[in-house]
Design a protein around this ligand. Structure first.
Ligand code: PEP
Length: 242
């Protein structure tokens, strides 16, 4: 089975109600196509409104994080069941900003991915090395450890997605070279069980100008896009490159 390309937008802590015109613009751009899946992960406050707009136009919606439990006394948190109930199909877990800002380690990321799977969501499990790791030549050790610690044993290879996001390339305008991306994606594919079936996205300053060469790489099955996903025009241009 060929792996369906996935272009995912992570809006992070951006977006008010007036952002909803994004979906009409994206639909009008012709980015929706049978050959690719397009996902937007808005802030939780916009989930209900974006689900309606996205389903009308054939896009998918995801959360940016979830709790490990389905319900409970966890003020401010959102469970995977709640995301599913709101109409989400995916949830990002282990994004480097959550690992850095909230001290999330691999075992917590794994528990979140498990919770997502239980709720019927597909987790997008993020991994990636820091600039210090890369300069020291230990990027494969770091990413290999994150993969081993963050991916639940019970998930089918088509039941989760990996996003390789070198931390130094996120929001910096610096993109990894195509050689480095190809090498790391091949390493990741060979490191996980039934890797040929697992979709592996690249993330880190993907924009319309570099999307085509990145998405053409053999082991790159799509992109996780931050900044350039906030404007329908740039996100559509990236999607059309897949
Ligand atoms: C991200 O937040 O996952 C990301 C890749 O951001 P950016 O595209 O802005 O680098």
């Amino acid at each position: 089975m060929p792996r369906m390309p996935l272009i995912a937008g992570n809006w992070k802590m951006h977006g008010l109600k007036d952002a909803l015109g994004f979906f009409d613009e994206l639909a009008a751009s012709g980015a929706v196509s049978e050959g690719r899946e397009i996902l937007v992960c808005p802030p939780a406050t916009l989930l209900a409104a974006t689900v309606q707009a996205a389903h009308k136009h054939g896009f998918r919606i995801g959360g940016q994080d979830c709790h490990t439990e389905s319900a409970g006394a966890h003020t401010g948190d959102i469970s995977a069941e709640m995301l599913r109930d709101a109409g989400a199909d995916y949830v990002i877990v282990g994004h480097s900003e959550r690992r850095a800002d909230h001290g999330e380690a691999d075992d917590l990321v794994r528990a979140k991915a498990e919770a997502a799977g239980r709720a019927g969501l597909t987790p997008i499990i993020c991994v990636g090395e820091t600039v210090a790791d890369r300069e020291a030549g230990r990027e494969e050790d770091v990413v290999g450890r994150q993969l081993a610690g963050s991916i639940p044993a019970g998930l089918a290879p088509t039941g989760y997605v990996i996003a390789y996001e070198p931390v130094w390339a996120i929001g910096t305008g610096r993109t990894a070279s195509t050689g480095d991306i190809a090498a790391m994606h091949a390493f990741i594919r060979s490191s996980v069980p039934d890797g040929e079936q697992v979709r592996i996205l690249y993330g880190g300053s993907v924009k319309p100008e570099n999307a085509q060469e990145i998405l053409a790489l053999h082991d790159v099955d799509g992109a996780l896009v931050g900044g350039a996903s906030l404007q329908a025009e740039s996100f559509a241009a990236i999607a059309k490159s897949a």
